[in-house]
Design a protein around this ligand. Structure first.
Ligand SMILES: *Cc1c(COP(=O)(O)O)cnc(C)c1O
Length: 369
């Protein structure tokens, strides 16, 4: 079975982790600090805070802006549940904004209608690695005095205009995940990037129990925090992965180009496209069946050929838990049309030409029937 996504581990990664496990330091230490420096430098932001995963990164980012009861956050329903789940964990309410049909990202033109007195932040998600219209999103945020937190868990290595995602040029914070199948991995891991010293200090405090050392070296607890720290073993893996990040992104882009060439004449499917100003890291490759009724049979057909396929994503507000919370009446028309037709096909660094061919032939054979 060809998986739809897979990590890329080489001997340098293994040597790096072995070095860390032999060192005197296993929990958060010098390698975590180095990893944060590399991340900040790569993205062009002032600060990076490494944490245990992308979900805890979102939680800390929301806590750092003081998100709480009576606040609302505008986000996309086309995301992994963690984006809005952490809003709920803070006691606040996510408001789901419909998506664009060219990028499947939040439709920036529909955000302003959802702004109320309670709105505190906008959380765009760079779906599949394709950046959102950050310039416009920031302009709405400025007008209504809202914060912007980018969920860039798909988009490490992507660029918007000429800036790397994570530069926080048009946002207050950017969140990444280093889960096994993301652009780089630390097995589990995440980070928050920011240019604000104030937010940085708060994130660091909340990551470790809200405790700080005073000038005599005594622990002082100032905030109700957590243990969301990354380990040295994970940071060691992250450091060696960072060295090949650009290469991994180029490999992903090459596969996307090959799919594009091989499938462009299949009339019954819609291929994803990169729009102007965007350089996508192609976290996933989502095709759409022009006739929604073809989706499930095509999905099953591909599985029969040993091809790992997936669905990204069902609308978050459609999950039973969200329905129970009062989201049953929400309807984002584009989101629902999108989801009825979308299938994720395999794409990861080290996905070979013969495998690309297998996938493309399987798709073509479905429509040749
Ligand atoms: C992966 C992901 C997360 C969560 O990251 P974890 O590291 O798995 O906790 C959040 N948002 C999006 C869009 C993701 O893809």
């Amino acid at each position: 079975m060809i998986p739809y996504a897979k990590q890329h581990i080489d001997n340098n990664d293994i040597a790096s982790v072995v070095g860390a496990i032999r060192s005197d330091w296993l929990t958060q230490g010098p390698k975590v600090i180095l990893f944060e420096k590399e991340l900040a430098k790569y993205c062009g932001a002032k600060y990076a805070v490494a944490v245990s995963n992308g979900t805890t990164a979102l939680h800390l980012a929301y806590m750092a802006i003081g998100l709480s009861k009576n606040d609302e956050v505008i986000t996309t329903p086309n995301t992994f549940v963690a984006t809005s789940n952490m809003v709920l964990v803070c006691g606040a309410r996510p408001k789901f904004c419909d998506i664009r049909m060219d990028t499947y990202n939040i439709d920036e033109n529909k955000i302003e209608k959802l702004v109320t007195k309670k709105t505190k932040a906008i959380v765009p998600v760079h779906f599949a690695g394709q950046p959102c219209d950050m310039r416009y999103i920031q302009s709405i945020a400025k007008k209504h005095r809202l914060l912007v937190i980018e969920d860039a868990c798909h988009a490490l290595g992507s660029k918007y205009e000429n800036d790397k995602i994570g530069s926080c040029k048009y946002s207050d914070m950017t969140v990444f995940s280093f889960h096994a199948i993301k652009a780089i991995t630390t097995a589990e891991g995440g980070a928050i990037l920011t240019n604000s010293k104030k937010l940085y200090d708060m994130l660091v405090l909340l990551r470790s129990h809200g405790i700080q050392k005073d000038k005599n070296g005594f622990n002082v607890m100032l905030e109700l925090g957590y243990n969301y720290r990354l380990t040295e073993l994970q940071a060691a893996l992250g450091l060696s992965q960072m060295k090949k990040l650009d290469k991994l992104i180029r490999m992903r882009r090459m596969i996307a180009r090959k799919y594009q060439q091989a499938l462009k004449n299949v009339d019954d499917i819609i291929l994803p496209k990169e729009i102007d100003d965007n350089y996508s890291g192609w976290h996933i490759y989502v095709i759409r069946a022009k006739k929604a009724k073809d989706r499930l049979p095509l999905y099953k057909h591909l599985i029969k050929f040993g091809i790992g396929v997936n669905f990204h994503y069902p609308a978050v507000y459609k999950y039973p838990y969200y329905k129970k919370l009062g989201y049953a009446k929400i309807k984002c028309a584009n989101m629902e049309e999108y989801h009825k037709s979308a299938i994720t096909i395999p794409l990861y660094p080290g996905f070979y030409n013969v495998q690309i061919k297998t996938v493309c032939e399987a798709i073509k054979s479905f429509y040749a029937k």
